[in-house]
Design a binder for this molecule. Structure first.
Ligand SMILES: NC(=O)c1ccc[n+]([C@@H]2O[C@H](COP(=O)([O-])OP(=O)(O)OC[C@H]3O[C@@H](n4cnc5c(N)ncnc54)[C@H](O)[C@@H]3O)[C@@H](O)[C@H]2O)c1
Length: 310
């Protein structure tokens, strides 16, 4: 099949590209390539088509969408912290952009779109693992826009016949994580340690997240390639909650060098606790097992050290 990956040079998108290429699909990556060249797909240069374009430009999108069967939409212009005090950027950037994309894909007769939603923000706070049937209760502009996009996907399915899959994903970690910026605690902490700066820990034992190894995310989201006509919504998380203090302990066990850290209160833009029950998705993929933090933090640390070498 012809697979378009919007934002495919980014963190999650590039791992999906790896999977789609390995499965034998023809992949086109649409990205603005802010560094002028690919950051994460050099190893696939001969095997994927790279299209440089701006997401808000409908003509660029139209050209990229031509002849595609499935589109993955990984482009995002915000983070929960960035839009907390500026909700308009969710509406003007992500939501308006998603609607324009869904119009373009429908016109181009693309059969399906796949959307990475946010398991960490759409549900609100829950002590027990949450399944897809729980009523979402996002409290940040970021989570509200993600949920609104999910609803628009269903609207387009009804209006234009564009199928969709939504994955409500936990907190990703692993190779290619951006090391600066407001999101991605594992990468950010590791970069701080390498730079000799203190790690900032927001929250305490009560701040719990579901950390998912990024290659597992790529592998699981490739499930959508099996049926371009089906529409569904899945949680994508391990079902294991880790508090920020437990994560700090795991860092101490993984990184065999002393590092400083600073404990600060939870930021209001951060959800308190959420762990995802992904029984529904796992039932479709017998034999799949999520990697654990203890297994994959060492590999992530090695990767980040390697990337920091001059
Ligand atoms: N990283 C996580 O832990 C996580 C968890 C849940 C959901 N998600 C969702 O997955 C998606 C991808 O996240 P990510 O962490 O891979 O982000 P990322 O920033 O690594 O990737 C986004 C890509 O989109 C490109 N891009 C951004 N704006 C663009 C524009 N205007 N035009 C063209 N290209 C543009 C960037 O160059 C980048 O390659 C987002 O929707 C995010 O909300 C991420």
């Amino acid at each position: 099949m012809n697979v378009l990956v919007l934002g495919g040079d980014g963190y999650l998108g590039s791992h999906l590209v790896d999977e789609a290429v390995a499965l034998g699909h023809q992949v086109t990556v649409f990205d603005r390539f802010p560094y002028g060249t690919s950051r994460n797909l050099e190893h696939l240069r001969e095997r994927v088509r790279l299209v440089s374009g701006e997401f808000v430009n409908a003509d660029s999108l139209r050209r990229a969408a031509e002849g595609q069967d499935i589109a993955y939409h990984f482009i995002c212009m915000t983070s929960p912290a960035a839009s907390w005090n500026d909700p308009y950027i969710e509406v003007e950037g992500n939501l308006r952009g998603a609607l324009q994309l869904l119009e373009v894909l429908s016109e181009a007769k693309v059969r399906k779109v796949v959307f990475p939603s946010s398991g960490g923000t759409v549900y609100g706070t829950h002590i027990q693992p949450v399944g897809e049937q729980i009523l979402p209760k996002p409290s940040s502009p970021y989570g509200i826009a993600k949920l609104a996009t999910e609803h628009f996907l269903e609207y387009y399915r009804q209006r234009t016949g564009l199928a969709y899959d939504v994955y409500r994903i936990g907190n990703a970690y692993g190779p290619r994580q951006p090391l600066v910026g407001p999101q991605g605690v594992v990468g950010m902490w590791m970069q701080c340690i390498l730079d000799g700066r203190a790690v900032t820990v927001y929250g305490d034992q009560s701040v719990v997240r579901d950390y998912v190894y990024v290659k597992d995310i790529g592998r699981l989201m490739a499930y959508s390639l099996r049926d371009p006509e089906a529409s569904d919504l899945f949680n994508l998380g391990t079902g294991i909650g880790t508090s920020v203090l437990e994560l700090l302990e795991l860092f101490k066990q993984t990184i065999h060098q002393p590092f400083e850290y600073q404990l600060l209160p939870r930021r209001t833009c951060d959800n308190v606790c959420v762990v995802l029950d992904s029984t529904k998705l796992l039932a479709r993929l017998p034999g799949f097992r999520y990697a654990t933090l203890a297994e994959k933090l060492p590999e992530t640390w090695d990767y980040i050290k390697q990337r920091n070498r001059p």
